[in-house]
Design a protein around this ligand. Structure first.
Ligand SMILES: [Zn+2]
Length: 188
C-alpha cells in the first residue's frame, strides 16, 4: 500500500483540518505501517513543543512581556531624545566656535561693520578688544599645541632609541650565549 495519501493526511492533521473519517483512516494505517508511525510521532512531538507554550500563555507572563516591551519603548524614546539633545548641543557649540573663529579672523571687518550700522563706539571697541584678546589666546593655544607636539616627537625619538638599544643588547646577549655554548661543547 502506498504511503503517499497518508502523508497528505498527516499534513492535514498538522494543519488541524482533518475530518474524523480521514483521521480514523490515518490511525489505522499508522498502526500497520512503522515508517508512517515514526513520521507521525516526530511530527506530533514537534507540534507539541511548538504549540504548547503558545496555546495558553499564563496571564502574568503576557502582562510581564507587555510591560517589558513598554519599558523598552520608553527607554528607546528617552535615548532618542537624549541623542537629539546631545547632537543639538554639539552642533550649536561647533557653530558658536566657528562663528567666533571667523569673527576673530575678520575682526577689522566686524568692527567696521559695527561702526557702519551705528553701534555705539564704546561698545564696538569693547567687542573689538575682546576679539583681539581671543586672537591672542588662540595664538598662545596654537604655540602650546606646537610645543606639546615637539615634546611628543622628542619622546618618540627617545623611545625608539631605547627600544633599539634593548633590541641590540638582546641580540648581543644571545650571540654571547651561543659562543659560550660552543666553547663548552669544545671543552666537553
Ligand atoms: Zn505508511
Amino acid at each position: 500500500m502506498s504511503c503517499e495519501p497518508f502523508e497528505i493526511l498527516m499534513m492535514k492533521h498538522m494543519d488541524g483540518d482533518i475530518t474524523d473519517i480521514e483521521y480514523k483512516k490515518l490511525k489505522k494505517h499508522i498502526d500497520e505501517c512503522s515508517t508512517c508511525k515514526n513520521e507521525f510521532d516526530t511530527f506530533e512531538n514537534i507540534c507539541y513543543e511548538l504549540k504548547e507554550p503558545l496555546i495558553d500563555p499564563p496571564l502574568a507572563f503576557e502582562t510581564e512581556v507587555m510591560k517589558k516591551l513598554e519599558n523598552l519603548n520608553l527607554y528607546n524614546k528617552k535615548l532618542k531624545e537624549k541623542r537629539i539633545l546631545a547632537a543639538y548641543f554639539i552642533s550649536s557649540m561647533l557653530f558658536s566656535i566657528l562663528a567666533i573663529c571667523i569673527a576673530v579672523i575678520y575682526k577689522e571687518h566686524v568692527y567696521n561693520f559695527m561702526i557702519y550700522i551705528n553701534i555705539p563706539l564704546g561698545f564696538a571697541s569693547n567687542i573689538y578688544g575682546l576679539l583681539e584678546r581671543i586672537a591672542v589666546f588662540f595664538d598662545i593655544a596654537s604655540t602650546f599645541i606646537f610645543y606639546l607636539n615637539s615634546i611628543f616627537v622628542d619622546m618618540l625619538y627617545l623611545l625608539i632609541g631605547l627600544v633599539s638599544i634593548i633590541f641590540m643588547s638582546k641580540i648581543y646577549e644571545s650571540a654571547q650565549v651561543a659562543k659560550v655554548r660552543k666553547n663548552s661543547k669544545k671543552t666537553v
